[in-house]
Write a protein that binds this ligand. Sequence first.
Ligand code: FAD
Length: 429
Amino acid sequence: MPKKVGIVGGGITGLATALELVKKGYAVSVFEGEKIGGLASSFKTKKGEFLEETYHHMFKTDLELISLLEELGLKYEFRKATMGFYWNNKVFDFGTESSLLFFPGLNFIDKIRFGLCILYLRFENDWRKLEEIKAADWLRKVCGENVFNTIWLPLLRTKFGSKAEKVSMSWIWGRINLRAKSRGINKELLGYIDGSMQKLFEKLVSVLKEKGVEITKSKIMSIKRRNGKFFLDAFGGFDSIVFTVPFPIFLNITKSFRLDSYAKKILGVDYLGVQCMTFESEKPLSSIYWLNLGTNELPFGGIIEHTNFIPKERYGTHLFYLFNYCSWDDKIFNDSEQTVEKKYLDGLKKVFPEADLSSIKKINFFRNRFATPIYAVNHSKKIPPMETPVKGVFVSNTAYIYPFDRSLNYSIELAKKTAEKVGSFLEHC
Ligand SMILES: Cc1cc2nc3c(=O)[nH]c(=O)nc-3n(C[C@H](O)[C@H](O)[C@H](O)COP(=O)(O)OP(=O)(O)OC[C@H]3O[C@@H](n4cnc5c(N)ncnc54)[C@H](O)[C@@H]3O)c2cc1C
């Protein structure tokens, strides 16, 4: 009889871990409480085409993701993506090295300092020496106050909202280092799965089921151990369990176990939530795919015009996202959907005062309380090992993806690592 593994969470980490474990010959069950795909799940647009609930693309360096897509026989393409920067009430092209030369927000010396900083981050290989330093402190010192306030602080706020100043410099290193390697010369190439991430999850589920993996819709509330076997609520008889949910959910489910110092360590990792609204419109807003905002006076952190990346003909309409990362106790995170919509549309009018926004319609709203861990200074020392003090119980979630920005690619890499650890435990138990 093969040994049994229970996986809590049917996002990419859970499903990719299931794939690795079933390939090793284990009997695997996955439990998903809401929607397969988790943070990368999709919804159906009017024309029947699926679209991610939060913008998703991939990079040329996403080799694990690309290899999984090829294994599953899924199509994807890389396309040129335009980037912009909203600063001083104007939208500037910001997608190429040369666009920096014409950006009026930085003077000549600022541009040199910014350019040298990017070069350093591109060629520095040791991120550990940057992890004890706050990004805000390092960038202010190296690039100067104007570059920090104009470029870096808005970038940090886009991803970490009011917690921006807590983030470690190693996270910025990860983002710039990888991004620089992924870019073509003077252009940004981003990848997209034909049919959206939905295709990836549909295919993964079907392959897993063919291989005998059981996938159950159930929100797991508790874990118990009896006679050497684990039970997730009423589902039982597991030799090992993998939690792919965020730390706070893991702690809640495992509260009957005495995790003591392990739990204390986990409590040191803070999270941010995200809300992301998708709109359709008869007319485009601009020609830019990704618009970063050089101001914190707007209720959202960025504007992503999806149909400037993937042609609008697929959807029969222009589509764009407005989003913001925020703490679950921030006011806007607790606002009603209608209030958020109104705030977002008012903000949009400030960015595009000339645009005719009359045909804009909200088509989806996504909110998640644990969208990202805050990768604060010394993050690698703050996270506990994936092996919990309860032998056979593992945690594997986005907090372990570091210093590179969390993504499907790194979740797949993490899943492989997790399956190795589980396999090695099961061989010896
Ligand atoms: C706004 C945004 C944009 C992003 N853009 C990109 C991008 O462009 N490219 C990219 O590669 N990545 C992107 N990411 C990151 C990517 O989506 C995540 O890193 C990845 O989806 C995380 O997968 P996961 O399986 O680790 O976690 P999750 O997707 O969070 O999966 C965890 C699953 O556990 C389930 N769960 C929770 N509690 C329980 C319970 N009690 N019982 C059972 N199930 C439970 C949840 O419902 C969820 O499905 C983005 C993320 C966000 C938030």
